[in-house]
Design a protein around this ligand. Sequence first.
Ligand code: SAH
Length: 244
Amino acid sequence: MSTHAQNADFEEIGKFTRLADEWWDKNGAFKSLHDINPLRLNWIEDCVKEHFGTGLGGKKVLDVGCGGGILSHSMAVRGANVLGADLGDANLQAAKIYADKTSMSDVLDFRCVPVEVLAAEQAEQYDVVTCMEMLEHVPDPSAIVQACFDLLKPNGVCILSTLNRNKKSYLFAIVGAEYILRLVDKGTHDWHKFITPAELDTMATHAGFKRADMTGLHYNPLTRHYWLSNRNVDVNYMMAFVKP
Ligand code: SAH
């Protein structure tokens, strides 16, 4: 990828902006993101505590590919000062409206800017960078991981989540989630763009990161129960890295 301007697929981004008025409808198109949010938020805060000795309170956080700000908002509620970045204007509008409505705008801001541009502008400014469910929608995920690294202060923590690429993830994340259970819209994901933990680890190591932790995120469609398990990262997973 030669320039950051090309490292965005606006067809992919359009899948989210088209549904932007549903970002804060907890039973709408982004229901599954709302459902998993407490789980991932707790895991993120545990990683932050493990590393810094204190939680999200007072931390300067960047949420890359923030969408309507579901995670960004919840991290701000935990006391972090959060900037959410995305390239979908309508997503950011929804995020801003909800931040205003909930009186969080003092500690929660949103910008439409490529993360690579932000990295040049705000190098080494953040304690924590999150980039969730976004890497599988960009042409060159490794450039995003590198920008996340550059944006972190030395000793900062980065949390990434994406979908693994194997037969089981095709069955669960495409056939099951999009066609049978309709958890997300059909066509939301392209299986070929899923990223294995080994690939993500290689990208992160290449950027300069050291791996700190990893967990899998699971869903039982019968009980509608979500949980984390370190032993199984076959479908949805999160990885934590530290900038040395
Ligand atoms: N991270 C949020 C939203 C995930 S949906 C959450 O987990 O709740 C994926 C988001 O990535 C969408 O909002 C889409 O607009 C955004 N996105 C896709 N490509 C992007 C890019 N190159 N730069 C920034 N955001 C991007």
